[in-house]
Design a protein around this ligand. Structure first.
Ligand SMILES: [Zn+2]
Length: 323
């Protein structure tokens, strides 16, 4: 008797400093999803939370654990995809050193194969395969959040270079300019990354510039200026926030115009925590700043917001798990 084929599913997980988001894909459709805050108590608990969100997603999809064919986790930090390890993911508790994420998660999930990938790459892949980028073959995704990351799709495929292509956050937009989290000066991330923008705001406030940014932060019960705090301050007409975001749009415009002049892309997608939160008005502002630097100004790339929002990473990871 021939074996009856069982509908198999793949799981994708987006591991971040604030949340763990999982989805389950069946026949290219998202059939289940679950999210929990990232545990603050160490790597073991984080891996437990990843396994928990996958199981919850399977349940929602009415899929048996035995139907799960493979898992992919998108994570920040340095990745050794062969060994399945992650290092230096400073925002994820317990992941400051080296964590054998792939082998440990696979063991927890009864031996299901686990693949590890870069968080921004899987986000861009999610948008390319299932979101805003699905009708294009050459595109750049720029993820504006804690830092600024990028993912490049060329000729319909993610371009990895020798391993680390897409780091547009460290494109130089102003030689000798503001200090970047990488230690160098004048990188895009120094102007458009959330952490660097917060540092700049604290510096300017100390020197007497008025801002409601930190009052909003405290009222929200946070100790960091999150994307939501920036968005609220902007809405309230905070001048310093508006200036910081103008500087960010200007820096993004310069870097993206250079990328465009080099690659002649069809589309650029702006995502990430801050990019998603600020949405279309921010993307339009970036496009405006980009325009004067375009070598072929009458053929600009289509400028897009994400469609999947904060699900793009998990969806991209689930796609990668199936590939
Ligand atoms: Zn840098």
């Amino acid at each position: 008797m021939e074996a009856v084929s069982v509908a198999q599913v793949t799981a994708g997980v987006d591991l971040g400093g604030t949340k763990v988001q999982a989805v389950v894909l069946r026949d290219a459709e998202v059939t289940g999803s679950a999210r929990v805050p990232t545990p603050r108590t160490g790597a073991g608990d984080v891996i437990g939370a990843i396994a928990g969100t996958i199981r919850a997603s399977l349940e929602q999809a009415s899929a048996k654990p035995s139907a799960l064919r493979s898992i992919c986790v998108g994570t920040p930090g340095e990745i050794d995809s062969t060994a399945g390890t992650v290092s230096l993911a400073a925002n994820v508790p317990g992941f400051e050193g080296r964590v054998e994420l792939g082998p440990l998660l696979s063991e927890t999930m009864d031996g299901v194969p686990v693949r590890i990938a870069n968080d921004v790459s899987v986000g861009v892949l999610g948008e390319f395969e299932r979101g805003a980028g699905r009708s294009y073959r050459d595109l750049l995704g720029v993820w504006v959040g804690t830092g600024v990351g990028g993912g490049l799709v060329l000729n319909g495929e993610l371009y990895h270079g020798r391993d680390t292509a897409g780091e547009i956050g460290h494109a130089v937009v102003k030689p000798g300019g503001r200090r970047c989290s990488c230690g160098r000066r004048g990188c895009l991330e120094a102007y458009a990354g959330r952490v660097c923008m917060e540092q700049r705001a604290r510096y300017l406030q100390k020197r007497g510039t008025a801002t409601i940014l930190f009052r909003i932060m405290k009222a929200e019960g946070r100790d960091r200026v999150s994307s939501g705090v920036f968005a609220k301050a902007l809405k309230s007409g905070d001048k310093l926030t508006r200036q910081l975001l103008e500087d960010a749009a200007e820096a993004l415009g310069i870097a993206l115009a250079s990328a465009q002049n080099l690659l002649d892309l069809e589309a650029i997608i702006v995502g990430g925590g801050l990019g998603d939160r600020l949405g279309r008005p921010f993307v339009d502002q970036i496009a405006e700043r980009m325009a004067p630097h375009l070598f072929i100004p009458d053929k600009p790339p289509v400028m897009l917001t994400t469609e999947l929002g904060d699900l793009s990473g998990a969806v991209g990871a689930a796609v990668l798990a199936g590939g």
